[in-house]
Each structure stands twice: as structure tokens, then as C-alpha cells.
Design a protein around this ligand. Structure first.
Ligand code: ZN
Ligand code: FE
Length: 258
């Protein structure tokens, strides 16, 4: 029997976070990604008339976890998160590390460890759907600020995501795209795909529409943090002979000061 596709519902919460609900019409199960604010998630569930079965936590930061315990109490959902936490995350029922097998509603879930922003960051990939939840590792036109890891570690994590299929859909956890676009244009000004994308992003944001999700392919073409191989970028940074990791580190340092 062919599985029906999963359904996705993206919604904003707090100042600039995105939550996502993923629902199987076949089994009736629903998972949400993170929960920094209980009410926003309850509202989203009510809008879709879906019942929550699981919460997948990407990392320990408060804007991803503050609502988890209350949401769990109100819905009975099972909470899945990183085994190795940088700071204890309350309410976890299932602890996962990279390579652990996990399934949701009959679908495989691949657990990717993408440290850098935090050491405990997990990304959740649905290979049959080609959908990845990147938390605060990869953003539309950006990447997470490096708080706990190192620049080489973050490069390694982003490289892992870059190896996913180009058509893979990227749900990231923040609407930072306008600021990311302003910075990207300073690093990669000759990139026509970037210029086009920035125009589209401005149109979307003018209507208060999300710039998430994106795709791995689009990020590879336009996101400077995945483009340290680009000769144009290397030339403008004076880093033609540097390693990809070194070029990434320079771009990340420039963004920190931008
Ligand atoms: Zn974070
Ligand atoms: Fe965050």
C-alpha cells in the first residue's frame, strides 16, 4: 500500500521563530519541531485540527524549548531530543544521537548531529519525503551564530547538510532572511541567482510571508555560508588557495561583525 504524503504546517512564534507541524493523514499522528511558546503551538494544532503525538527538539536554547513541558502536559505528546545536551532539556522521553534509527508514522527519520551553534544540535531528515529540519544550523541565506562549537565544526555540519539531495526541502527555525540577504550581497555581489532570490525575498517579506522553507539546491546556489568553493567569493576575499573551511570561517567572522 502506498503511503499518503505527510502534510506540513509552518507558523511563526515569538519575535522571529518558526514552528512546524508534520502530520500523517494516514495514521493521524502529528509531530512538531521544537516549542519555545506553548500557546502558539496549541493554536497551530487547533487551526489544523491535528492532535499532537510527538515533539522533536533540535537544541537546548530557550526559544526552542521553553514551551516543551507545558505542551507535553497538555497534549500527552512524546518528546524526542539530543542524548548529549549542552544544558539539560526538560521533558525528554527519547534520547537520540546521530545514526540512531527512528521512525515516525511509518517514515524513516535520519538523525543528523550538526554542532556549531550549540554542541547538542540535532537535525531531523525524512529521506522518503526529502525534508530536513535544520533548527539553528542552516537558515535561508544564512547559518547559525557559533556559540558553543568552532568554525571548523560548523563547516563540517553545514557540509553534511550540503550533501543532501538538491531538491530536499529545508525548514529552518528563524526568519532572519532579510538581514542574511543584505550580508550575502556583500560577499557574493556578482551572483545572479542570489540577486533574483533577494528580490523574491523582499516581495515575500513586504507581504509578511515566510521565506522558509527553502531547498538545499537553492541554498547551494545562493547562501554564502555554503559557497566557500566559489572562485568569485574567494577572489574577493583574497583567499584563492585557502581551504573551504578557512573561507567559511572568514565569511562567518565577517557576518559576526556585520
Ligand atoms: Zn538557537
Ligand atoms: Fe533559535
Amino acid at each position: 500500500m502506498k503511503m499518503s504524503k505527510l502534510e506540513y504546517h509552518l507558523f511563526p512564534y515569538l519575535a522571529d521563530n518558526y514552528g512546524v507541524l508534520v502530520h500523517s493523514p494516514q495514521t493521524g499522528e502529528t509531530v512538531c519541531i521544537d516549542c519555545g511558546e506553548t500557546q502558539a503551538y496549541l493554536d497551530a494544532l487547533a487551526t489544523k485540527n491535528w492532535k499532537l503525538s510527538e515533539i522533536w527538539v533540535t537544541h537546548h536554547h530557550w526559544d526552542h524549548t521553553d514551551g516543551v513541558v507545558e505542551l507535553k502536559e497538555k497534549t500527552g505528546a512524546k518528546v524526542i531530543g539530543p542524548r548529549d545536551q549542552s544544558k539539560p532539556i526538560k521533558g525528554l522521553d527519547v534520547l537520540l544521537s546521530e545514526g540512531d534509527g527512528y521512525r515516525f508514522a511509518g517514515y524513516d527519520v535520519e538523525i543528523l548531529h550538526t554542532p556549531g551553534h550549540t554542541l547538542d544540535m540535532l537535525n531531523f531528515y525524512l529521506p522518503e519525503e526529502k525534508v530536513i529540519f535544520t533548527g539553528d544550523t542552516l537558515f535561508s541565506l544564512g547559518c547559525g551564530r557559533i556559540f558553543e562549537g568552532t568554525q571548523p565544526m560548523m563547516w563540517e555540519s553545514l557540509s553534511k547538510l550540503a550533501r543532501l539531495p538538491a531538491e530536499a526541502i529545508v525548514y529552518s527555525a528563524h526568519e532572519y532572511t532579510i538581514a542574511n540577504a543584505d550580508f550575502a550581497l556583500t560577499i557574493d555581489p556578482e551572483n545572479k541567482a542570489l540577486a533574483l532570490r533577494v528580490e523574491e525575498i523582499k516581495k515575500l517579506r513586504a507581504k509578511n510571508l515566510p521565506t522558509v522553507p527553502s531547498t538545499i539546491g537553492l541554498e547551494l546556489e545562493t547562501n554564502p555560508f555554503l559557497r566557500s568553493g566559489s572562485v568569485d567569493i574567494r577572489k574577493s576575499l583574497g583567499m584563492l588557495d585557502a581551504s573551504d573551511a578557512e573561507v567559511f570561517a572568514e565569511i562567518r567572522t565577517k557576518k559576526d561583525r556585520f
